[in-house]
Write a protein that binds this ligand. Structure first.
Ligand code: SME
Length: 160
């Protein structure tokens, strides 16, 4: 049994550092990328509040394909450049969207989603996946969340 849990009362920066450390410990030495993505999706869900979806899309050819996640069933394939996820993958840039209704081309997988954070995962300079977090709260994600999930993506680059 694993018993990773956030320490109460910590800052958002500390929370993300703890999340990355937990993900590092949980994926170290495990070569199966699907298993690692599944456990990291569960960790994100456990550590971060007010999420309605957390998981991975993998780059397969010229599209993103759904990977392990927590949340409602989601769109399976997203062309690169489409939606928030496809934009993050095509530009290799984090997308932090305070109001998904204001993002042209946003793909509504869960009608509850109001804000979204999508971080590309790069291996040797190439986007191999994105980490996608959705929240039912507007403007749920700040710069600390973006930096924290980016650090998670860097740590995971050779483990997924
Ligand atoms: N909203 C995303 C699609 C994926 S779901 O949120 C899980 C987008 O616009 O790319």
């Amino acid at each position: 049994m694993y018993s990773f849990a956030p320490t109460p009362g910590q800052t958002r920066t500390e929370l993300h550092a703890e999340l990355v450390a937990a993900a590092d410990a949980l994926t170290a030495g495990e070569p199966d990328g699907v298993a690692n993505m599944a456990n990291v999706a569960a960790l994100i869900w456990q550590f971060l509040s007010d999420l309605n979806w957390a998981g991975f899309y993998r780059v397969v050819g010229d599209e993103l394909v759904l990977g392990p996640f927590i949340g409602k069933p989601a769109c399976i394939r997203i062309p690169l450049g489409r939606g928030v996820c496809g934009t993050a993958a095509a530009t290799a840039q984090t997308q932090r969207v305070d109001d998904v209704h204001a993002f042209a081309g946003h793909i509504a997988c869960d009608a509850q989603s109001r804000s979204e954070l999508v971080v590309p995962v790069l291996r040797d300079g190439v986007v191999i996946a994105v980490i996608d977090l959705d929240s039912p709260l507007p403007a749920r994600f700040d710069g600390e969340d973006a930096r924290g999930i980016e650090a998670l993506g860097v740590m995971l680059a050779r483990r997924i």
